[in-house]
Design a protein around this ligand. Structure first.
Ligand code: NDP
Length: 677
């Protein structure tokens, strides 16, 4: 039987003993054996720090993003192989897509976000320059740089592909190597994934390592620059969070643990409404996808007391149609739990929940299965319970990590908000209602206990990604019992792997550190910067153009030509009464247009397009007779990795005859990398 290997210190390590068996969740057959005996954890971490980290830090964010995208495309080619192996975890094809396609989707999302939202550089500039002195020679700027350690990623058994990839992608983009430790039960699928990644040859060596088997003394060797990200049970999270090495080094620790997620049906959603149907359908989906082994699944379903009978009947009817059995068989909707141990765990939790409620649908003891042996495979029936008293402790405390949910009747909005808090912090909640006011009250009432909230109604249902799907752009994590951590959330998840540092310095030094021009830093005037390709252009290259006098005729003409005849530009008497202007003023857009007319270099050249303005502010009114001068300075240069042009951000400062700024903004252009012949 296959003995799983670890990929550490640049090679595949074969365990030095026979390992312990891992069983097919549906058939009970042995799938593989696992052991981490002989893995030198300290050496693996060191390899990540010494080999993977430096290689990654040499790449810009855009180069790392391009590798993530290439990796996603490569893995997509191998999906079938992963789906096949995934069957052995008890997952149906639909479940596997959730795990495998979802994981590949995270790589694509970070590949794309990295190029759109991060600079083509190795330093991240966080927020605006802070002036710290009156003279403009002393400034502050927050920057973020990658931690010099390894991101240790300890994953749960339920998402052997998505779990590692959703942690790896932001770490890689940040410039931090990963060491992945999958949960033993389903590690054979993660091992196959890592094998595909290593074989692709796309990633620099040391940026992804794998430990199959027990973590052993791994955490003893983490130091201040490492991170630990954990998904699994609250008990283990607590143990690892307080590990002496983690505490000693103030190691960044992110936990994502089990939680008692809720879904609330609004009082407006009576039988026959779209929202009623959406609620019932979503509840059943969340109970049965991955056989309910999802940290985001709905455990507490709150329904208005007067609708409880209707919801119970509709859900029971849907659940009765769920076929349980061999995940490989046609027509099977729900496969097996990941292991017989998990089934024991679910049965134990169900017993506790039954003390507080009665069964609406399903059988806690037995289940009919298709093409499988109900006892050898880790099968259970989906079980929907109903609590007579929603104030009972059990439904708010006991999580059965399987296809189990409890209906809880509520009688007022205040009550449901109070009961929501009894879960002590959750990953996700959903509110299903067609009443926007109720939605607002609920969202604001329960948000402090949640990392993510979905409000489902007839308007968004068609496009909704559903209660249980964490999304790369949105926070995955939750307060309190849910672990207190945050994953994904777009670039926030990247920054989690970086150190934010406030740098205080002169404009010249800040410009050099951040590769951006900052106000007060030197400018170079010479050849018009619009005549320069990206290869020739330097940050600080400047053109000063003007002056041009704004006349009354210009203002009249602009008003008539554009149709913007607002009184401040056209009616002297009315304009005089305006407390801000005290007379006719030029249109702001006239000022911006004149500035463009001043700084433009009209002949064909490397500038390809103007694609927008940002941060435009009109600071001082411009009156007829004022003269305008514009200073345009190359502020940031971002060559694209996949095109022969890139972006240039220009600082534009339009001043009047007294030297006061009348308008400030950034001009965004696309410029060719080389001179066009
Ligand atoms: P565990 O917390 O036991 O395991 C999670 C991960 O931690 C696994 O990779 C496990 O490895 C590892 N681990 C366990 N002990 C240590 C340790 N001392 N040092 C380092 N790593 C360690 O959770 P389970 O997978 O057993 O699931 C138990 C319960 O957790 C479920 O019933 C459910 O309630 C909850 N859960 C929550 C999930 C979520 O996504 N939030 C997902 C899965 C489970 P190994 O497998 O090798 O022991």
């Amino acid at each position: 039987m296959a003995l799983l290997r670890s990929y550490v210190s640049g090679r595949w390590h074969t365990p030095q003993d026979a390992g312990r068996p891992l069983h097919d969740a549906a058939t009970g057959e042995e799938v593989a054996r696992i052991s981490a005996t002989g893995v030198d954890m300290a050496a693996a971490l060191d390899h990540g720090r010494r080999t993977g980290g430096p290689a990654l830090r040499e790449l810009t964010f855009h180069q790392r993003a391009a590798l993530l995208k290439a990796l996603a495309s490569e893995l997509r080619e191998h999906r079938e192989e992963l789906y096949q192996l995934s069957l052995r975890t008890g997952a149906t094809l639909g479940d596997s897509k959730f795990d495998i396609d979802g994981g590949i989707g995270v790589l694509f999302a970070y590949g794309s976000k990295g190029r759109r939202e991060l600079p083509n550089d190795t330093v991240y500039v966080d927020g605006a320059v802070e002036p710290l002195g009156k003279g403009g020679t002393f400034l502050g700027q927050h920057i973020a740089t990658p931690l010099r350690g390894v991101a240790v990623q300890i994953n749960a058994f339920n998402f052997p592909v998505w779990g590692p990839l959703e942690k790896f992608a932001p770490a890689f983009l940040a410039g931090v190597p990963s060491l992945v430790k999958p949960a033993s039960q389903t590690a054979y699928l993660t091992e196959r994934l890592v094998r595909l990644i290593v074989d692709s040859g796309l990633l620099p060596e040391g940026t992804l390592q794998l430990v199959c088997g027990s973590a052993g003394d791994l955490l003893d060797h983490v130091t201040e620059q490492d991170l630990v990200s954990f998904t699994g049970s609250a008990d283990t999270a607590q143990r690892l969070r307080t590990h002496p090495a983690v505490v000693r080094g103030a190691v960044r620790f992110n936990a994502e643990a089990d939680s008692l997620n809720l879904s609330v049906l609004g009082p407006d959603a009576k039988p026959g409404t779209t929202e009623f149907d959406l609620f019932v359908k979503q509840l059943v989906t969340e109970m049965t996808v991955k056989a309910g082994q999802k940290c985001t699944a709905i455990r507490r379903a709150f329904v208005p007391a007067e609708l409880a009978d209707d919801v119970a009947a509709a859900a029971a009817e849907r659940l009765a149609r769920v076929t349980v059995g061999n995940p490989a068989s046609e027509g099977v909707r729900m496969g097996a739990l990941a292991s017989l141990e998990q089934r024991e765990e679910v049965r134990r939790s169900l017993k506790a929940l039954l003390d507080a409620g009665s069964v609406v649908s399903g059988d806690p003891e037995r289940v009919d299965v298709v093409d499988a042996d109900a006892e050898r495979g880790a099968f259970v029936s989906p079980v929907l319970l109903r609590a007579a008293d929603p104030e009972r402790a059990e439904p708010h405390e006991v999580e059965a990590f399987g296809p189990v949910s409890t209906l809880l009747p509520y009688t007022s909005t205040e009550q449901v908000i109070e009961l929501a808090a009894r879960g002590k912090g959750s990953l996700v909640g959903s509110v299903v209602t067609g009443d926007a006011e109720f939605a607002r009250e609920l969202v604001l009432g329960v948000a402090p206990w949640h990392g993510r909230l979905l409000v489902l109604d007839a308007e968004d249902a068609k496009e909704s990604t559903g209660h249980g799907s964490p999304l790369p752009a949105l926070v995955h994590g939750g307060p309190g019992r849910a672990g207190g951590g945050e994953e994904l959330a777009g670039i926030r998840g990247v920054l989690h792997h970086m150190q934010r540092t406030a740098v205080q310095a002169s404009p010249t030094v800040l410009g050099a550190v951040t590769n951006r021009w900052v106000p007060g830093a030197p400018r170079q005037e010479g050849e018009h910067p619009f005549r320069k390709s990206l290869a020739e252009l330097k940050v600080g290259d400047t053109v000063v153009a003007g002056p041009r006098t704004v006349t009354q005729e210009d203002v009249d003409h602009f008003a008539e030509f554009t149709g913007d005849t607002f009184y401040a530009h056209t009616d002297e008497a009315a304009a005089r009464e305006n407390p801000l202007f005290g007379g006719i003023v030029a249109h702001g857009y006239l000022v911006v247009s004149f500035a463009a007319g001043l700084f433009v270099s009209p002949e064909p050249g490397p500038v390809l397009a103007n694609y927008g303005l940002e941060n435009l502010r009109f600071l001082t009114p411009v009156k007829p007779g004022d003269s305008l001068t514009v200073t345009l300075t190359a502020k940031q240069i971002t060559p694209r990795v996949d095109a022969d042009y890139g972006e240039v951000r220009w600082d534009a400062d339009v001043t009047n005859g007294e030297g006061e700024s009348v308008a400030k903004y950034d001009v965004l252009t696309l410029v060719a990398k080389e001179q066009r012949q």
